[in-house]
Design a binder for this molecule. Structure first.
Ligand code: UD1
Ligand code: CA
Length: 453
């Protein structure tokens, strides 16, 4: 028995007030729809059909690379109509899993359970019991407790509106049943829409046993209609991730002030202070400490390294026992070798800092290769850009760059060389030489201070 997934994603999402289709708004740094697609694909479906309408091209650009196929729904005539658009592409012997692109946190395991339940009768729905069920389709059961029908909020009687068990919209059904039911759905309801939910009453009429499941947490089936719901879901998801890291032995100062938008892998004895934002793929080796308010993106940080408060490490590779910050910014292409130090207000880009080298204060190093045990004085700038092209600076082992120097690339400063403070270096400096390139100091003995006239 094959599985096919249909994800509804044609709606506009008016309440988001956005030019971007709602399903592309990110949760934990990834479009909501991509969360749904990735979980669904863990079930290894033969096809994933995405029903697209508003912003179809934008949606397609996101999901095509994931191997999903887009099916246009020109007019959004209702959820039943949406599913019907994909059915001609679906194998009649398959089981169909229907998901919503704006319900991002359904775990794959729950999807699988729902699919497995179709073995019983052929239709399985995912329901959840909410304190406030306003706006949702209600699950109407008979005296015996069997599901009879789903009534949309707008069509429900006052009594039905008291029901707290709601339809999440997510369901699994045999394709053959959907093919029998979908053409029979009418739109004589409060919204004039073709309601997918009508198939439940049809199933009951046909004597099909309707199974149901509930999620472990209501957030797992929570849909997003506005930015408040998105923010609430984001906080819940972040807390789940943070709690999991704590359980896995990563010390977070405060799980409610931690954001992971990607994947974090760690060694042991990791400490992460408050307000860390971690994006992409980040690996922290044993004993790494991350100070408060740090941003780490696609970074590998070696054992025992400390990243102090308010630092940015973006697409950088940091070896062991390094010190970064406070207020440091490592930009893409930065490599710090063992024991290197980058202090406050230091920016590096496409730069390697060799073993034990230091740039401790107010410095820009771009397109620079710094050897071992080099000291870069405060205020040093590598002038790597002439407005058109970028050029390379090389500073060899043991060199000492005096404070406030401008090093105009391309240039090589030899091993053990010294650059006098305040120099503007435009020519190579040989090993062990002293380069001074600044105005000579003159002290005028005859000078008299001006007096007030
Ligand atoms: C739907 C369910 C309701 C359930 C609720 C859960 C129906 C009739 N009602 O209501 O029982 O409690 O979801 O959130 O199914 N979409 C399309 N094409 C369409 C219509 C919708 O792709 O023609 C997509 C939307 O983009 C959205 C999803 O389907 O992602 C749900 O549509 P929406 O209009 O939000 O349904 P609700 O009225 O919320
Ligand atoms: Ca909705």
């Amino acid at each position: 028995m094959s599985l096919e997934v249909i994800i509804l994603a044609a709606g506009k999402g008016t309440r988001m007030r956005s030019d971007m289709p709602k399903v592309l708004h990110p949760l934990a740094g990834k479009p909501m729809l991509v969360h749904a697609v990735e979980q669904a694909q863990k079930l290894a479906p033969t096809h994933t059909h995405i029903i697209v309408g508003h912003g179809a091209e934008q949606v397609e650009a996101q999901v095509k690379p994931l191997g999903a196929e887009c099916v246009p729904q020109k007019q959004q005539l209702g959820t039943g109509h949406a599913v019907a658009q994909a059915m001609p592409m679906v194998d009649n012997d398959a089981t169909v899993l229907v998901l919503y692109g704006d319900v991002p946190l359904v775990p794959a395991e729950l999807m699988q359970q729902l699919v497995d339940q179709t073995a019983q009768g052929g239709l399985a729905i995912l329901t959840v019991t909410l304190d406030d069920a306003t706006g949702y389709g209600r699950i109407v059961r008979n005296q015996k407790g069997d599901i009879e029908t789903i009534v949309e909020h707008k069509d429900a009687t006052e009594q039905q509106r008291q029901i707290k068990e709601i339809n999440t919209g997510i369901l699994a059904a045999k394709a053959s049943l959907l093919n029998a039911w979908l053409p029979r759905i009418e739109s004589n309801n409060a919204q004039g829409e073709i309601y997918l939910t009508d198939i439940v009453a049809m199933g009951v009429g046909d004597g099909v046993n309707i199974s149901h499941l509930q999620p472990q947490f209501p957030q797992q089936t929570q849909g997003v209609n506005d930015r408040l719901q998105l923010a609430e879901l984001e906080r819940w998801y972040q807390l789940q991730q943070a709690n999991q890291l704590l359980r896995d032995g990563v010390q977070l100062a405060d799980p409610s002030r931690f954001d992971l938008r990607g994947e974090l892998t760690t060694g042991k004895d990791i400490y992460i202070d408050i307000n860390a934002i971690i994006e992409g793929q980040v690996h922290l080796e044993d004993g790494v400490h991350i100070g408060p308010n740090c941003y780490l993106k696609d970074a590998h940080i070696g054992a025992g390294t400390h990243v102090l408060a308010n630092s940015v490490v973006d697409q950088a590779r940091v070896a062991k026992q390094c010190n970064i910050g406070p207020f440091a910014r490592l930009r893409p292409g930065t490599v710090l070798e063992d024991g290197a130090k980058v202090g406050n207000f230091v920016e590096t880009k496409k730069t390697t800092l060799g073993k034990g080298s230091k740039a401790n204060h107010f410095t820009y190093l771009g397109d620079t290769v710094v050897g071992e045990k080099v000291n870069i004085g405060a205020g040093t700038i590598t002038c790597n850009y002439d407005g058109v092209n970028k050029f390379q600076t090389t500073i060899e082992d043991g060199a000492f760059i005096g404070s406030n120097s401008s090093i105009v690339a391309p240039v090589i400063i030899g091993a053990g060389a010294t650059v006098g403070a305040g120099s503007t270096i435009t020519k190579d400096v040989a090993d062990n030489n002293l380069a001074i390139a600044r105005g000579k100091q003159r002290n005028l003995t005859t000078w008299a201070k001006p007096v007030k006239r």
